[in-house]
Design a protein. Structure first.
Ligand SMILES: Nc1ncnc2c1ncn2[C@@H]1O[C@H](COP(=O)(O)OP(=O)(O)OP(=O)(O)O)[C@@H](O)[C@H]1O
Ligand SMILES: [Mg+2]
Lengths: 222, 305
């Protein structure tokens, strides 16, 4: 479903070049649940942004369902079914929760549909649908709404960047179940960037990134 | 009334039909229709253009619509409207002005609104300004709003300029007595070569009076905006003003906030932020399948809501 071929991303820091990602190759198939982990600064979010089209790789190619999408725009990739939940959710002054999730769904959602997406992230529809997606929401609330926008997209590649960050323990358990259910959908795969053991354990496969490289197949220590 | 004028009434006052309650519809420099009610009386001024709106003490849950539309190119007018809101009344006042100019002459409406609000009364005031038409003539609106708030009275003013106004000078003056409360929410959009000046001056004279001024604006094209606000705290009081602007293309925005504390118990805060749309907002909406243009539009619309 998704194939990354020899991806590298280099930036210029003054005189020096800095390699953020170094020759990453990776194939992810249908119905797979893959976890990507690794130390802070190892390049996980950069890799996610390259998949979503937010960052262009300096070398290498990305294939989605067999076609090369390396040059495709963010919008085009979103329309193809690639969706990406940000590590740090974005604020929008004046845009309401129901409007943002409707934008994600591509249609004006009815309350019943909103309830469905919000309940998956443990939020009460009546309490939240008319709140603005701004700094009056707590960090955890904002993160949950970010996740809800991804559920509403109904995409083929669901890419989550540290979805557990800021989410309380109790809700976290049901979130893992939600992820496991997601990948069972036909023509769909779930990629989760995480530092959380529970998510890593739930994944079919774990990819360890360190200093911009995937060194060797990761063996889970149980 | 023709389609153009009817559509403008919808834009500025959401009037799809004759409103219930008191109203005065002014079209092309004349009173088009009017209705007074038992509690709200509308009288034509004798010495100049305009009306007096007299709201009896204790009037509850009633509304007054006073929209103004100009469809005739080249018409320029100054209109004086005075509102007398009786003790403990609670009313909604919907004003607004729409200009359709498809000719060569400038069309201008200068509305001078004065509010005398008695003790304990509560007013919600909504004003929408809108311009359209492809004539060379300018669409100009210079509203002046003067408010005197009696003891423990309140006014909440929503002042919106939707689009299409070439030039505007918006002056607001307010003086507050003991325990009075003022909230001003301004929403402003300018585009092309438009110019907008907002000038708000609030005097918190009474003990425990409070004012909250929230302005959000978007400047596109080569438009220019100037935001001036001054809050004077002359007693134990609370004042807050906030100017938040999105600047796009080649637009220019200036904000000149001023807070004057003349009492040791005055608490006054001002915040001003001007900047372009955050890149991450556009990117996030693009990852939801919107194009860059669509994303920009959603962000601006939300911001101005
Ligand atoms: N524009 C930039 N300029 C300089 N350095 C950058 C830039 N973008 C990313 N980096 C660096 O690239 C590295 C990888 O960043 P990235 O955000 O991908 O890490 P991460 O693995 O997601 O980390 P975390 O676990 O903290 O989220 C970091 O060292 C970061 O400082
Ligand atoms: Mg990261």
């Amino acid at each position: 479903m998704l194939e990354l071929k020899n991806l590298s991303y280099t930036i210029n820091e003054g005189e020096n070049e800095k390699k953020i990602l170094d020759n990453i190759s990776l194939t992810i198939g249908d119905n797979e649940f893959v976890a990507i982990t690794g130390p802070n600064g190892s390049g996980k979010s950069t890799l996610a942004k390259i998949i979503a089209g937010i960052i262009n790789p300096t070398e290498g190619n990305i294939f989605f369902e067999g076609s090369d999408i390396t040059k495709a725009s963010i919008t085009d990739r979103a329309k193809m079914g690639i969706s990406y939940a940000f590590q740090q959710p974005v604020h929008f002054k004046g845009i309401k929760v129901r409007e943002l999730i409707s934008l994600a769904a591509g249609t004006k959602l009815k309350v019943a549909q909103l309830r469905e997406y919000l309940s998956r992230v443990g939020l009460d529809v009546n309490q939240y649908m008319n709140r603005q997606v701004d700094s009056t929401l707590s960090g955890g609330e904002l993160k949950r709404i970010e996740l809800a926008t991804i559920f509403a997209r109904n995409g083929k590649i669901l890419l989550f960047d540290e979805p557990e960050a800021g989410i309380d323990l109790w809700s976290f358990q049901s979130l893992i179940q939600t992820f496991e259910k997601l990948k069972e959908k036909e023509n769909c795969c779930v990629i989760i960037i995480s530092h959380q053991e529970k998510i890593i354990n739930a994944a079919d496969r774990v990819i360890l990134l360190s200093e911009g490289r995937i060194d060797k197949p990761y063996v889970m220590e149980r | 009334m023709d389609k153009i004028r009817q559509d403008m009434l919808v834009k500025i006052a959401e009037l799809h039909e004759i409103p219930s309650g008191a109203y005065n519809i002014r079209a092309d420099g004349e009173t088009y229709s009017r209705n007074s009610t038992e509690n709200i009386e509308i009288i034509t001024k004798k010495d100049k253009q305009g009306i007096d709106i007299i709201i009896k003490p204790g009037t509850k849950n009633e509304s007054v619509h006073i929209p103004v539309i100009i469809g005739q190119s080249g018409l320029e007018e100054v209109v004086y409207n005075d509102f007398y809101v009786g003790k403990d009344a609670n009313v909604v006042i919907i004003a607004g002005c729409g200009i359709h100019n498809c000719g060569g002459g400038n069309s201008r409406h200068d509305g001078v609104h004065r509010f005398f609000i008695d003790e304990g009364a509560k007013v919600k005031y909504v004003e929408k300004h809108y311009g359209e038409g492809d004539g060379r003539g300018k669409r100009i609106m210079n509203p002046q709003t003067i408010v005197e708030l009696g003891k423990k009275s309140e006014i909440e003013m929503e002042m919106v300029q939707i689009e299409g106004v070439d030039s505007t000078d918006r002056v607001t003056r307010a003086e507050l007595s003991e325990g009075a409360k003022l909230v001003i929410t301004e929403r402003l959009l300018t585009h092309e070569n438009q110019y907008a000046r907002t000038d708000i001056d609030v005097k918190l004279n009474g003990r425990d009076s409070s004012a909250n001024i929230i302005s959000r604006s978007v400047a596109k094209g080569s438009s220019e905006q100037l935001f001036i606000s001054k809050i004077e705290g002359n007693n134990k009081c609370k004042g807050h003003s906030e100017c938040d602007a999105i600047i796009m293309d080649n637009a220019v925005v200036k904000a000149l906030p001023e807070v004057d504390a003349n009492s040791v118990d005055a608490e006054l805060v001002h915040e001003a932020a001007i900047g372009k749309i955050a890149g991450e907002q556009i990117i996030k909406l693009m990852t939801l399948g919107l194009t860059e243009e669509e994303a920009e539009k959603e962000i601006v619309n939300g911001f101005l809501r």
